[in-house]
Design a protein around this ligand. Structure first.
Ligand code: GLN
Length: 578
């Protein structure tokens, strides 16, 4: 373990949803720009083991890591900002902490001691934080504490931070409190009281914030900064104003206007290791804010049952991936969420969009509406991108309308004569036992692409191609997880993330191919089963009709957009009607 390791805790006051995740990602990004190796950790104090069984409309999207974790969407922001792969272990939940402790206790590893809330729970938390930091050889760990200061379930984590202070020294830990300053409509005045109260709540745990990030609709004015300074007993320059802005990617740049990076480093007794190079980041942010062209995309999904979170939160990675690709080409993207259930009732579709995207999904609700939208995109030659369920339903549509099959996915109809999308035998066994946690095809899988296809051409020019290829080769060599064969110089193998149970039924690929559907990439399992990863229609027949069984949105970052999303937005621009 590194002796000199530093820790930053980002906690939230006043209420949830104030932007702790973006603050954590931004601080990580800034310090990474100064040359440090950064680990980011998200703590979710709930008892669920992971986010896999949480409803996206209640908790936001379930993000999938390369190593198959189903985790909180904030980790997606860390990847998008830091441009690095983050493991499922970077998400610590109370469920995970307790599971380990109970397992250890049952195995007699506590050697007869009474296992207690203090010290054993904070000890396990610290073990997990350092495990992640060691694996990434981190200089600085930025830890986001979920929930709001004052929540009972946060207490062991605050204890853990105090204990880190004891082990590594006082100048090794910095506390950042993110709060919200409401403006009362009738008075028109920004209120600091809730911030003052959260400082007090934090101090009850022996923790005093070093920095307070003040979120609000507007910029924080000097009198209010002073008020917070006096109450929280921190210098005014450590009270950072963070008003609402157009794009989250502007946040690190705004923080840097107040020199937050250098101030944090100073508090941690560190000096910048290099001068930040932010040219590409600034260009991408400017492009998002001031696009030259505009495209309008229909995202046809299941938008019912909206709980605490907005629709956008359930599809955050797709929305961000569209933004990343558009930023690269200076295209502004307007996304309209269309409830597929409503489309089911329409006899014919005639909406004015430059592209249609069908995201991932589960279950029967609105499925026929999605299939109708796919048929419309195919026939009217509107650029189409299908993701996971989007691919499966595109295969169903093609099978029904072109191959004349009585087709469906067995997820919806188990008795359908042509089960073109079906579950794999091993999944049937798992489902028999009602085992729904972490039992899908999860995480990164390698796909070999068909030469000359649209998908092949898109990945060929992608900046991450080389890295993917060498990673795939080393996994193939060391773990024997899949077949790769000997890759020739111009063969392309790529890695994308997955989260699904159903697959294109191998029995139907030949028929579909005969009728003109191209399977442009597959995953080759050791048992010789080939799982179809990409489909497309020939360029001569359609401007852009591409779908993937994977979720490429999870790998897209601001500086390295997903090749498929790049292809899609470019096609939408070319296809633009007015
Ligand atoms: N419901 C489909 C399956 O489980 C697709 C899942 C998804 O789109 N993530 O295979």
């Amino acid at each position: 373990m590194k002796k000199e390791r530093k820790f930053i805790l980002v906690a939230g006051g006043v209420m949830s949803g104030v932007g702790k995740g973006i603050t954590t990602a931004s601080i990580g990004k800034i310090l990474q720009d100064y040359g440090f190796k950064i680990s980011t950790v998200k703590i979710d104090p709930y008892i669920n083991y992971d986010a896999g069984t949480l409803r996206p409309t209640e908790h936001g999207e379930v993000f999938v890591t390369y190593d198959g974790g189903e985790i909180d969407q904030d980790l997606g922001n860390y990847e998008r900002f830091l441009n690095k792969k983050i493991s499922k272990d970077n998400n610590i939940t109370t469920g995970k902490v307790y599971k380990t402790i109970i397992k250890k206790e049952r195995a007699g590893e506590y050697l007869g001691k009474t296992v207690q809330f203090i010290p054993h729970v904070p000890e396990e938390i610290i073990r997990r934080i350092n495990l992640v930091a060691d694996k990434e050889d981190a200089d600085i760990v930025v830890i986001e504490l979920g929930g709001t200061i004052g929540d009972f379930e946060n207490i062991p984590y605050l204890f853990a931070m105090k204990s880190l202070e004891k082990t590594f020294g006082k100048d090794s830990v910095t506390y950042v409190l993110v709060t919200y300053l409401p403006v009362l409509q009738n008075v028109g005045e920004m209120k600091t009281k809730p911030t003052q109260q959260s400082v007090r709540l934090l101090s009850q745990n022996g923790i005093y914030p070093d920095f307070i990030i003040c979120r609000g609709r507007e910029e924080l004015d000097e009198p209010r900064k002073k008020k917070i300074e006096v109450y929280a007993n921190i210098p005014t320059e450590n009270v950072i104003s963070a008003p609402d802005i157009k794009t989250i990617y502007r946040v690190p740049l705004n923080f840097e206007k107040e020199d937050l990076g250098k101030k944090i480093l100073e508090k941690l007794n560190l000096k910048p290791l290099k001068k930040p190079e932010r040219k590409f980041w600034i260009k991408a942010v400017n492009n998002i804010e001031k696009p030259k062209n505009k495209i309008k995309i229909a995202m046809v999904g299941k938008y019912v049952d909206i709980g605490k979170y907005s629709i956008a939160d359930s599809y955050i990675s797709i929305i961000e991936a569209l933004k990343h690709a558009s930023a690269k080409f200076n295209i502004g993207v307007e996304i309209e969420m269309i409830d597929s259930k409503l489309l089911e009732k329409n006899k014919s579709l005639n909406f004015n969009f430059d592209g249609i995207l069908i995201p991932g999904g589960f279950g029967a609700s609105g499925v026929e509406g999605k299939i109708k939208a796919i048929e419309y995109a195919r026939k009217d030659k509107i650029p189409f991108l299908g993701l996971c369920y989007g691919l499966q339903l595109a295969v169903v549509e093609y099978s029904r309308n072109i191959c004349n099959l009585k087709a469906h996915t067995t997820e919806i109809n188990k008795k359908i004569p042509d089960s073109v999308i079906d579950v794999l035998p091993e999944q049937i066994e798992i489902l028999k036992n009602n085992n729904y946690g972490a039992t899908m095809r999860l995480g990164e899988y390698a796909a070999i692409l068909k030469k000359g296809s649209i998908v092949y051409e898109l990945y060929k020019t992608s900046s991450r191609l080389k890295k993917d290829k060498s990673e795939i080769e080393s996994i193939a060599k060391s773990e024997q997880k899949f077949r790769l064969g000997k890759l020739k110089k111009d063969d392309i193998a790529i890695l994308e993330r997955h989260r699904h149970r159903y697959e294109v039924n191998p029995k139907y690929t030949e028929t579909l191919e005969k009728h003109g559907l191209i399977f442009s990439g597959y995953h080759h399992r050791l048992d010789n089963i080939k799982l179809m990863e990409f489909i497309e229609l020939p360029k001569e027949k359609h401007p852009f009709f591409v779908a993937t069984q994977a979720h490429p949105e999870f790998k897209s970052t601001l500086l390295k957009p997903s090749p498929l999303f790049e292809g899609f937005v470019k096609a939408c621009l070319r296809n633009k009607k007015n």
